[in-house]
Design a protein around this ligand. Structure first.
Ligand SMILES: O=C(O)Cc1cc(O)ccc1O
Ligand SMILES: [Fe+2]
Length: 438
């Protein structure tokens, strides 16, 4: 246990905030200690195979049915759910990039601060994802939220966030991520001023660790570095609001107390955090640039082996040592669609223009690669070891095309000149000279 967290990925955990609150050897005794209610939260079908079966038992002050009255539909603001964005904008296809969207002065919580940039697939059929930009200027007070449409992978970019959840408390800072499973009730508080984060909403099966194959039992994201909170509960009787994202709509229900009233829990369906700086990258130590899948932190598989519903991939600090190699990403076209963000530092394929807090979208089969400056540099640099320091970029990569919302398509941060970053790439072909002379 580390400061209120338990270490391990996908473990069966158990934790209690009061001694003896957890029933021993059974889930549902006739009466639970301390007068608690027993409740199961299922993140997979009851009948899912053992390896993907996810559920937890929660011992709480009230059953969740008491944290719910009648639901009223409310304005969903800029929140969109697949396939909704499909019809939303007339933006032609193209390689897209957005400058960092400034955090406004208006009151934005985790709920109305979700600005959907892309949606992919169809949430009703539990396939695909959405990429949201989260801008937060206000802590949630007597406000709670859960999402029935998918899990939230939150990638902090600016400012620290505190997630108070049914399962306990998670704090993250830029460089860290937090995963809130589908259905888990939580609220988000600011720890030091306004915050910006990228959010992947995964409509499919839960994110899990990728198989390492021949890499073996270690490196990449190691299971012990994932942290799940220990039980912490609120016993607060005060008028409160619970927001629910369900079927692409937003609802509210008024309740008379905090729903974060879980005194003890056990199981393998729970939120977690992970520090991306603990990722141990494996890469080329001789020549050639490997596929970015070697940097997969988490993958949400689909029914087709190797074809992820969504992969979460990072580009962390690392040494580049490959000999006689064009070291940045190669020029490429991809079946999968690539949404990227920069948490901090410089991304080697786009030394200028792609800045922390910005976003880019290289959709299904649309060509992309290093900009002209990066190409020039990488084609002529001395092949000595170079360390990429102080950098952390990431990619949400999905098998589905990503549809751009009207908000993102019409925002002034969209860089209409983005494709000019490849304008200066010259023709070097010379059939009479085998050795490049440029
Ligand atoms: O397009 C990108 O910048 C992301 C990316 C990085 C890389 O090293 C290889 C392929 C790829 O799509
Ligand atoms: Fe790419």
């Amino acid at each position: 246990m580390v400061n209120g967290y338990m270490s391990g990925f996908g473990n069966s955990f158990e934790t209690e905030a009061l001694p003896g609150a957890l029933p021993i050897g059974r889930n549902s005794p006739q009466k639970v200690n301390y007068g608690l209610y027993a409740e199961q939260l299922s993140g997979s079908p009851f009948t899912a195979p053992q390896a993907t079966n996810q559920r937890s038992w929660l011992y709480r002050i009230r059953p969740t049915v008491k944290h719910s009255g009648r639901y009223t539909k409310v304005e969903k603001g800029l929140l969109r759910t697949a396939p909704a964005a499909r019809e939303e904008s007339e933006l032609p296809i193209g390689q897209l990039r957005w400058a960092p969207i400034p955090i406004p002065n208006t009151a934005l919580t985790f709920v109305n601060g979700l600005h959907t940039i892309t949606t992919a697939g169809d949430s009703d059929t539990q396939v695909g994802m959405a990429a949201h930009l989260l801008l937060v200027t206000r802590s949630m007070e007597r406000e709670y939220f859960f999402n029935a449409d998918g899990e939230f992978l939150v990638v902090a970019q600016q400012g620290r966030l505190r997630f108070r959840t049914e399962f306990g408390v998670i704090d993250i800072e830029p460089g860290e991520i937090c995963m809130i499973p589908r259905g888990v009730i939580f609220k988000v508080e600011l720890l030091d001023g306004p915050a910006r984060a990228y959010v992947c909403e995964n409509y499919g099966g839960s994110f899990t660790l990728p198989d390492r194959g021949p890499i073996g039992a270690n490196c990449l994201a190691n299971p012990r570095d994932f942290l799940t909170p220990t039980a912490a509960y609120e016993d607060k009787e005060e008028p409160s609001t619970l927001f629910v994202k369900w079927g692409g709509e937003l609802y509210r229900t008024d309740i008379g107390q905090s729903p974060l009233d879980v005194v003890a829990w056990h199981g393998n369906y729970a939120p977690y955090k992970y520090d991306l700086r603990h990722f141990s990258p494996v890469g080329a130590i001789s020549f050639d640039h490997p596929d970015p899948s070697i940097f997969t932190v988490l993958t949400a598989p689909s029914e087709t082996p190797g074809t992820a519903n969504v992969d979460f991939v990072i580009f962390p600090e690392r040494w580049l040592v490959a000999e006689n190699t064009f070291r940045p990403p190669w020029y490429h076209r991809n079946l999968m669609s690539e949404f990227m963000g920069l948490i901090y530092g410089v991304y080697d394929a786009k030394p200028e223009g792609f800045v922390p807090g910005g976003m880019s979208l290289h959709n299904q089969m649309l060509p992309h690669g290093p900009d002209e400056k990066a190409f020039q540099h990488a084609s002529n640099e001395e092949m000595k070891p170079v360390k990429l320091t102080g950098t952390m970029a990431f990619m949400f990569e999905t098998r589905f095309p990503q549809r751009v919302t009207r908000f993102a398509a019409e925002h002034s941060a969209l860089e209409h000149g983005y494709i000019d970053c490849w304008k200066g790439l010259k023709k070097h072909f010379d059939p009479t000279s085998r050795e490049p002379t440029w």
